[in-house]
Design a binder for this molecule. Structure first.
Ligand code: NDP
Length: 453
């Protein structure tokens, strides 16, 4: 049997589209990976014969369940919960839970698929999963959040476990929600185990987990710039989002001597040409996670800044950009504008924030461009370290964990660079290809070892 006997990329994608009708985000994520993997597999008949890519693109299982809860008015509300367990070839399923009204099966399948490659890149033994619900936490009282989390975990608990599947936070799920879900898991199972990561420090959480994704995305940026003997120092940064990832990315850019001039939320963006200080970033953190109030109030609070309702920040000139809000928040035209305005490097804090057209714009322009599955892997990496600490019933110090995060991000960067070097038309490094291939090889080889399962 030769490689030529197997379906080509377009036939493969036609099959993916047929089997997953209407799941646009999932199909988009599979295509992005398949474009690179097909090139790489050209002379590797064993991967074709074992149908490895097709198997990775078919989740091990998709669990969907009803979540009933009672709101403060005594009305019964019904939501849908999910857990997508994509692949556990190299370790227990691992990946966040997202609570957002846009959540559906396609988005969670795309995230679980991406997570499989991301977790592989960290070098830690973690498979890929993702879950969540279409529950909208905005405007809900603390008690409503608690009741929802408890009801969600009342079903989820039978599908997860420290050696089976270890969820974490994502959009709409922070320390508060993880606490409520962990409390319910413990109550039902009568076990105190590391079944969730992102826990509070008092009950098995890890230092540095909160900061890890945003900091990691900036470390990746610093590593990319380092290949050009450059750094974040003196660079003007445009960042989207104002949640966990965005605010910590902003903080790290500032610490490394850069200037952050934008942050955003789902209603618009803030432009602060003077740059954001730590005090301003702390205000944003408080505003979004404690006061749970609009970002737009920044413009009233800090003079010289302006609020741009309904817009995204990609039209603001910058040296470096970090999209840290959500998927498909930048299209091809916006990517072109960034490049035209002089942006030399993009590191994704969010998952798939740049659509396929935008990815091709960055690749064609030959700028430094890191895909989220590599550059935002710092969060899950420290989650992996939280799992190790829980298993060993130990806690590592902040310094140890900060060093490990920096080392892991350097390791991911170097691995991507090794597989991606010279693949852009200008001779530059194709980090997307590098991340896809490096993430794939480890999972694929483990699957080959297991035979047809
Ligand atoms: P948060 O919930 O803390 O923040 C999300 C931010 O994105 C908010 O500012 C939110 O604005 C904004 N946002 C949400 N939806 C949209 C939209 N449709 N358009 C514009 N802005 C939007 O989430 P995180 O910071 O944790 O996650 C952000 C991204 O990073 C996600 O893609 C997530 O999957 C990814 N990620 C997160 C990790 C983590 O450790 N937390 C790990 C790896 C990846 P608003 O407040 O108005 O809703």
């Amino acid at each position: 049997m030769s490689v030529a006997d197997h379906v080509d990329l377009e036939q493969f994608m036609a099959g993916v589209e047929r089997r997953n009708p209407g799941e646009t985000e999932f199909i988009q994520a599979v295509r992005e990976v398949a474009e690179d993997i097909y090139d790489f597999m050209e002379d590797k008949v064993h991967y074709h014969e074992a149908q490895i890519l097709r198997r990775i693109a078919e989740p091990d299982r998709v669990i969907s369940f009803r979540v009933c809860w009672e709101d403060d008015n005594g009305s019964i509300r019904v939501q849908r919960g999910y857990r997508v367990q994509n692949n556990n070839a190299i370790g227990p399923y691992k990946g966040g839970l997202r609570f957002h009204p846009s959540v559906n099966q396609s988005i969670l399948k795309f995230l679980a698929f991406e997570q499989t490659f991301k977790n592989s890149l960290t070098g830690l033994p973690m498979g890929g999963g993702k879950g969540g619900s279409d529950f909208n936490p905005k405007g809900k009282s603390n008690n409503e959040i608690m009741r929802f989390c408890q009801s969600f975990m009342t079903e989820l608990y039978r599908h997860v476990g420290e050696d089976t599947d270890v969820p974490a936070g994502d959009i709409g799920v922070g320390a508060r929600e993880i606490g409520y879900m962990f409390g319910q898991y413990k109550r039902i199972s009568n076990k105190f185990t590391g079944v969730l990561t992102g826990k509070g420090l008092e009950f098995g959480g890890s230092l540095v987990r909160t900061e890890a994704t945003g900091y990691g995305a900036v470390y990746f940026m610093q590593n990319m710039l380092g290949t050009k003997s450059d750094s974040c120092e003196g660079k003007t940064a445009v960042i989207s989002g104002s949640g966990n990832v965005a605010t910590h990315a902003a903080e790290k850019v500032l610490q490394l001597g850069g200037k952050v001039i934008t942050l955003s939320d789902s209603q618009g963006f803030i432009h602060d040409p003077d740059g954001m200080s730590q005090e301003k970033i702390d205000w944003v953190k408080h505003q979004k996670t404690v006061a749970r109030a609009p970002l737009s109030e920044y413009a009233d609070k800090f003079s010289g800044s302006s609020w741009h309702a309904g817009e995204k920040p990609w039209g603001i000139a910058c040296d470096i950009a970090l999209p840290c809000a959500t998927q498909n928040e930048m299209d091809g035209e916006q990517a072109k504008t960034l490049v035209k305005n002089g942006c030399i490097a993009v590191s994704e804090g969010a998952n798939m924030p740049v659509n396929l057209d935008g990815v091709h714009v960055f690749k064609d322009a030959g700028i430094l461009y890191a895909p989220g599955k590599a550059s935002n892997a710092g969060g899950v990496a420290v989650s992996g370290l939280e799992m190790s600490q829980n298993s060993g019933r130990i806690s590592w110090s902040e310094d140890q964990l900060q060093d490990q995060l920096k080392d892991i991000m350097k390791g991911i960067h170097d691995t991507c660079a090794e597989y991606g070097k010279g693949h852009l038309s200008n001779g530059g490094c194709d980090y997307v290809k590098g991340a896809n291939i490096a993430g794939f090889v480890k999972v694929a080889d483990a699957m080959l070892a297991f035979g047809v399962v």
